[in-house]
Write a protein that binds this ligand. Structure first.
Ligand code: IMP
Ligand code: MG
Length: 180
């Protein structure tokens, strides 16, 4: 375990097993169709790659980058930094996120993407942290519901560190500047 962590919340093995289940469910639900996966950078990267390599349907991958966070604190204001390259009108779209926390980022993404008139729009998030939710978010595919702790690893960062860890861990409070 990395020295900055308090505990491992989801191990590598458990992550991979759950992602295989999600891939199978999505492949079944979208059988015979091509699904457009919109990855939300940068946290989605490890999850998205493991998710799509197990799918047995046609996929189309694109990315968006939005921001609302600085360190461990949400500013609540969401902005687009990088937009999709493709037109999603008439497509079956799934937003692929690392974590839904307050839900403000996802609310913004849903509103933004739905104006482009996709055929369908769903959410797939690796982690769901419902305790701090500020707005109702209809999550169709969720990997793990987690407690209100600041987590890192498997794509998730704290000030751009720890994304490479193959598991999800809880960051030690002493590592986090200020309060979260
Ligand atoms: P929300 O807008 O509060 O739902 O937060 C969305 C974004 O904040 C996520 O996509 C993450 O990038 C980041 N985030 C929220 N909670 C955590 C956490 O525990 N660890 C790392 N990043 C987080
Ligand atoms: Mg994210």
């Amino acid at each position: 375990m990395h020295k900055d962590l308090e505990e491992i919340l989801v191990t590598d093995i458990v992550l991979q097993a759950r992602i295989a289940q999600l891939s199978a469910r999505i492949s079944k639900d979208y059988k015979g169709r091509c699904v457009t996966l919109v990855g939300v950078l940068k946290g989605c990267v490890l999850f998205l790659s493991d998710l799509i390599k197990r799918m047995d349907i046609d996929t189309n991958v694109d990315f968006m980058m939005v921001t609302s966070y600085s360190g461990a604190q949400s500013t609540g204001v969401v902005r687009t930094i990088l937009d999709l390259k493709q037109n999603i009108e008439g497509r079956d779209v799934i937003i692929v996120e690392d974590i839904v926390d307050s839900g403000l980022t996802m609310k913004y993404l849903l509103k933004n993407l739905s104006t482009r008139q996709p055929r369908s729009l769903e959410i797939c998030t690796l982690l769901d942290k419902p305790s701090c939710r500020k707005t109702k978010i209809p999550i169709k595919y969720a990997g793990f519901v987690i407690p209100n702790k600041f987590v890192v690893g498997y794509g998730l960062d704290y000030n751009e560190l720890y994304r490479n860890l193959p598991y999800i861990g809880v960051l030690k409070k002493t590592v986090i500047e200020g309060k979260i």
